[in-house]
Design a protein around this ligand. Structure first.
Ligand SMILES: Nc1ncnc2c1ncn2[C@@H]1O[C@H](COP(=O)(O)OP(=O)(O)OP(=O)(O)O)[C@@H](O)[C@H]1O
Length: 332
């Protein structure tokens, strides 16, 4: 478990992390989500004792990082996959890490096997692809078989296969009962990977909840209805103060959408009570992107003019029904 209380970090005039409190629990992947510059890396560095908080506190199972006896056996982290010496092999890099942390030699082969690098463990790390480097970084985090793992933007720059591998691997680690905190600005990726979310903007907490709740709370739900008695059903729902709209689709014809805190049960029963035939009744949840844009609002690090471009900056595939301006994204 990781617990942050009023965590704050200032660099001169910049408030990188602002009075942040959250809890990361074991057994699930927790996504640490926020636009570029939101303070994710700074928070992770403070968890790992690499930066000192200006105010507040963060503890790992009740202890500060600096007080952990053998830190790698408690918490492992991947902050930057490229910090390995390029002329060292993966095996010798991990052997050096294991020795300097008084971990048994056997931990090296075990970690290599977990990330699927055994067959290339003798090769120069400098010749590794980004995906292999990320795996090596993850192997380093796993050396001490820790209960708690931190990954900072682990899928940045990876190809689809690498992204799926990381996602599945994080979920496997969590299913073993570990605490897994993974930062990302890739919203759609987080919606697939994380069960729980901590969302920050400008260093401040915007939300901590399950991914599902976050999306539901921020964007509500819509019920989609196809019926040959469209106007009749719309009239009845409007009498019940339900907000409705009708859209005309080339392939489906006219479709009715009912907005708000509604269930398909309610609409199905209303239709049945009035003898209305239904061809389709579907609950449509909002996307994580919609929820994020709604909830981060002015928390993104740029002024209104740049805001949409900045949110688009986070590599979002434009979700249906949401306009997202296209914009380039520089890799970190
Ligand atoms: N060493 C530092 N000195 C001065 N300012 C810093 C330092 N490290 C971070 N910052 C600033 O603190 C803020 C938060 O940065 P941080 O890297 O933690 O954000 P992030 O959410 O990890 O962003 P990204 O996704 O771009 O990595 C930014 O405004 C950044 O410029």
């Amino acid at each position: 478990m990781i617990e942050a209380q009023g965590l704050t970090k200032r660099y001169g005039q910049t408030v990188a992390v602002d009075n942040l409190s959250f809890t990361v629990k074991p057994g699930k992947v927790t996504g640490f989500l926020g636009p570029n510059g939101a303070g994710k890396s700074t928070t992770m560095r403070m968890i790992l004792g690499l930066d000192t908080p200006t105010a507040g506190d963060v503890r790992i199972d009740g202890q500060h990082y600096r007080d952990l006896h053998q830190p790698l056996t408690k918490i492992g982290a991947l902050l930057d996959a490229k910090w390995v010496h390029p002329n060292r092999s993966a095996r010798s890099h991990l052997a050096w890490m294991a020795a300097s942390n008084k971990l048994p030699k056997s931990s090296v082969d075990k970690a290599l096997e977990m990330v699927g690098l055994t067959s290339v463990a003798g090769k120069r790390a400098g010749a590794y692809s980004l995906g292999m480097s990320q795996r090596l970084g993850i192997a380093g985090a796993l050396l001490g078989d820790p209960e708690i793992l931190l990954f900072d933007e682990p899928v940045n720059g990876l190809d689809p296969e690498g992204i799926v591998w990381i996602r599945t691997f994080m979920q496997k680690l969590a299913s073993e009962g570990r605490t897994v905190l993974v930062s990302s600005h890739l919203l759609s990726e987080m919606s697939l990977t994380a069960e729980e979310l901590i969302v920050i903007g400008r260093g401040r907490l915007i939300a901590q909840s399950s991914t599902r709740e976050f999306v539901d709370r921020a964007s509500g739900t819509t019920v989609k209805v196809r019926t040959p008695q469209l106007d009749q059903l719309q009239g009845i729902l409007q009498q019940q103060q339900v907000v409705t709209r009708i859209e005309d689709f080339e392939d489906q014809g006219k479709v009715l959408f009912a907005e708000g805190e509604l269930t398909t049960d309610q609409i199905g029963e209303t239709a049945a009570a009035h003898g209305i035939v239904l061809h389709e009744l579907t609950l449509q949840r909002g996307s994580l992107e919609q929820a994020f844009m709604q909830m981060t609002g002015d928390s993104v690090q740029y002024h209104a003019h740049d805001e949409l471009a900045h949110v688009a900056d986070v590599n979002l595939p434009a979700p249906s029904g949401t306009e997202v301006a296209a914009g380039p994204k520089e890799d970190n």
